[in-house]
Design a protein around this ligand. Structure first.
Ligand SMILES: [Ca+2]
Ligand SMILES: [Ca+2]
Length: 210
């Protein structure tokens, strides 16, 4: 019976394509980390995010550039050795088979090529190794804050979203701000297929219970 109820909820959620709820915690990196004025710092974890590789999450506050949103943004080619770092956030309560739209703002810090890249990875929690590569964004300064959009499909209710610095490790890299995730507005064919499977599963369980 429990499984039957779950199937109904899952099927219903596939129709809720207009939902715009952001499931990212601290996507704009504005949570207080003790920085004031024009400062930066490297942190093992911040509200919603943890270091999954490298020396840490570097928060910049009113420093190299103006934040795209609020006062703080992230640079993952961080201070200290092993500067190219990764930060992850575990997401819960996702709809299996649903496609989510990931939006974030990106800006390159340096004018060198292969120096400011950011990889986006997406995988089932809590398996973080190896990262499941989704896509990469790269650029060279000068450039404005640029909106980057990607589409990620949940293969489990718990997924991990990871951003990683790529390119030359020199403590200078791409900036990230204003990360959000929402259900994609257009249903994907895969979602429709899953809906069919969900209904078949429901019918199958009903027969077993009869
Ligand atoms: Ca921000
Ligand atoms: Ca770099």
């Amino acid at each position: 019976m429990k499984n039957t109820v779950k199937s109904i909820i899952m099927a219903g959620s596939l129709f809720a394509t207009s939902a715009s709820a952001t499931v990212i915690t601290n996507g704009s990196f504005e949570s207080n980390v003790g920085l004031t004025g024009s400062k930066w710092g490297v942190f093992n974890s911040i509200d919603g995010w943890y270091t999954s590789d490298g020396s840490g999450i570097e928060i910049q506050r009113n420093t190299i550039t103006t934040a795209q949103d609020g006062s703080q943004y992230v640079e993952l080619d961080s201070h200290h050795g092993n500067s190219n770092s990764s930060m992850s956030q575990d997401l819960f309560g996702l709809s299996v088979g649903e496609t989510y739209q990931l939006d974030f703002w990106y800006k390159a810090r340096t004018g060198a090529t292969n120096d400011n890249g950011i990889n986006v990875s997406w995988g089932e929690s809590p398996d973080l190794s190896p990262f499941t590569y989704a896509f990469n964004v790269d650029g060279v300064a000068p450039m404005p804050w640029t909106l980057v959009t990607g589409f990620l499909t949940a293969t489990a209710a718990e997924m991990t979203l990871t951003f990683s610095a790529t390119g030359t490790e020199n403590t200078l890299g791409g900036f990230i701000d204003n990360v959000s995730l929402k259900v994609a507005s257009v249903p994907e064919p895969a979602s429709i297929a899953l809906l069919g499977l969900g209904l078949l599963g429901l019918a199958s369980r009903r027969r077993k219970q009869a």
